[in-house]
Design a protein around this ligand. Structure first.
Ligand code: ADP
Ligand code: ASP
Ligand code: MG
Length: 420
């Protein structure tokens, strides 16, 4: 029988009524003949609460204990959904990460999945038609056997990894919106649902901060060719399967699609970033390395990097990091500055990133100038620019974020009905 992974996020399992609704979605697919593995998130708000408790317990806490605490949210939901399914006459059992196991590396708090053993799930599908309800977001450290978590939003990645491990026909990500939109519908009410989006575009959208899918889940799906769909859990669960199958957004492989690609698929943004500028840096070989190597060694991710043209042997050097890493980065750079003889380090956490994404940009010119003109007409100053083949990102003052998103959305006609 064909296998299916269904993943339900926090809002979809926010209370017992929603969990019952989820169970009906699962039963519909079981009745349609699928062997189903369900991956669940913690109930809405629970992970935030658990994270906050760790922070209040001690600002600097052991990441292994943080994982022991925050992994519990998903365990509650998995057990509850299994109970509800059993009550509806569906054979089901819950699974925690270590029980499969889902093996990860040892980067507690943001671990990467190394291997998922789907053998026991497949055996139970065959022998008992049993639905597997799996706690998302968690795994087991392959060296120590301790519980790990996969970074915020990590249940998406659990779902895709399990889909790859059991050879699922599809991985359906159920959430509180009915697909991937041209931008976050919370910011732009005129955002349009995309019926399809390519992997490359989805990767760039996720890397820019569209949290509808965790970026690692998209990477995983691309690598293992998992068919991925995003759809709403809030639709009636008794929708006929055929109709269900056409809703949501399908993430497609570009080479499989002969459709003419739209110029711009969407606008994404991220306000969790900070900008660091080092002034008066001696302009000589090896400087970028001397600045960024200690940052990399501290496991801090760096994004947009800009170095100005030197004058009189001096230059300025800027880059962005996650806002949570700003203080740590500045501390490291104080030493680096002394060492290389730079004048001053400045940190700015009132910036944001806004970007346009679209595979159509590969074959079109003029997208960047159209984007910059639209921002200029609103008096929005661009502080940094970075581009890839299918993405243009700008760093601007965070107070203009929503305005920039709306203006770009309109400029590129994204408020009009999208691809067929
Ligand atoms: P879940 O709890 O189901 O994992 P998330 O909150 O992680 O859900 O992701 C869904 C949210 O992602 C939506 O409510 C929406 O606000 C946000 N989002 C951001 N960008 C987009 C986009 N381009 N399309 C759809 N949703 C988006
Ligand atoms: N519960 C976790 C979080 O809130 C994981 C997830 O929902 O994907 O980040
Ligand atoms: Mg999520």
């Amino acid at each position: 029988m064909a296998r299916l992974v269904m993943k339900f996020g926090g809002t979809s399992v926010a209370d017992l009524d929603r969990i019952r609704n989820v169970a009906r979605h699962v039963k519909r697919e079981v009745d349609a003949g699928y062997d189903v593995a369900v991956v669940v998130s913690a109930m809405a708000g629970v992970t935030n609460q658990l994270v906050e408790w760790c922070r209040q317990a001690a600002m600097l806490h052991d990441a292994r204990e943080y994982d022991a605490v925050v992994a519990t949210g998903e365990e509650v939901t998995a057990g509850l959904l299994a109970i509800v399914l059993e009550g509806m006459g569906v054979n089901a059992r819950s699974w925690q990460g270590w029980q499969l196991p889902i093996l990860t590396d040892n980067a507690h708090g943001s671990a990467r999945i190394l291997d998922v053993n789907g053998a026991e799930l497949i055996k139970r599908f065959k022998d008992h038609s049993q639905v597997a309800v799996i706690a998302g977001f968690q795994g087991m450290n392959k060296d120590t056997g301790r519980v790990t978590t996969l970074g915020r939003g990590g249940s998406d990645t659990s779902a895709v990894a399990i889909a790859a491990a059991i050879g699922a026909e599809r991985c359906d990500i159920y959430t509180d919106v009915d697909g991937v939109y041209t931008t976050d519908p919370r910011i732009e009410p005129d955002a349009q649902r995309l019926k399809t989006i390519t992997f490359e575009e989805m990767l760039e959208m996720a890397s820019l901060g569209s949290k509808v899918l965790q970026i690692r889940s998209v990477e995983f799906a691309g690598k293992y060719k998992v068919r991925l769909r995003v759809l709403s859990s809030l639709t009636p669960p008794d929708l006929p399967v055929a109709q269900e199958a056409t809703s949501g957004t399908l993430i497609t492989f570009e080479e499989d699609s002969d459709m003419e690609q739209a110029l711009v698929a969407g606008v994404a943004f991220n306000r969790d970033e900070a900008k660091i500028t080092i002034l008066g840096v001696p302009d000589r070989p090896g400087i970028a390395y001397q600045i960024l190597d200690p940052i990399a060694l501290a496991n801090i991710e760096v994004d947009v990097i800009v170095q100005n043209i030197g004058r009189d042997g001096m230059t300025d050097f800027s880059f962005t990091t996650h806002r949570n890493d700003l203080k740590k980065t500045l501390d490291i750079l104080q030493n680096v500055c002394r060492h290389i003889g730079a004048r001053e380090v400045l940190g700015d956490d009132r910036i944001c990133k806004v970007g346009l994404v679209g595979v159509g940009m590969r074959s079109h010119v003029g997208v960047a100038s159209k984007m910059f003109r639209a921002l200029a007409e609103e008096g929005i100053n661009i502080q940094m620019i970075s581009t890839s083949e299918i993405k243009i990102t700008v760093v601007i003052d965070e107070k203009y974020m929503e305005l920039a998103v709306r203006v770009l959305h309109k400029t590129f006609d994204l408020d009009q009905p999208q691809r067929p």
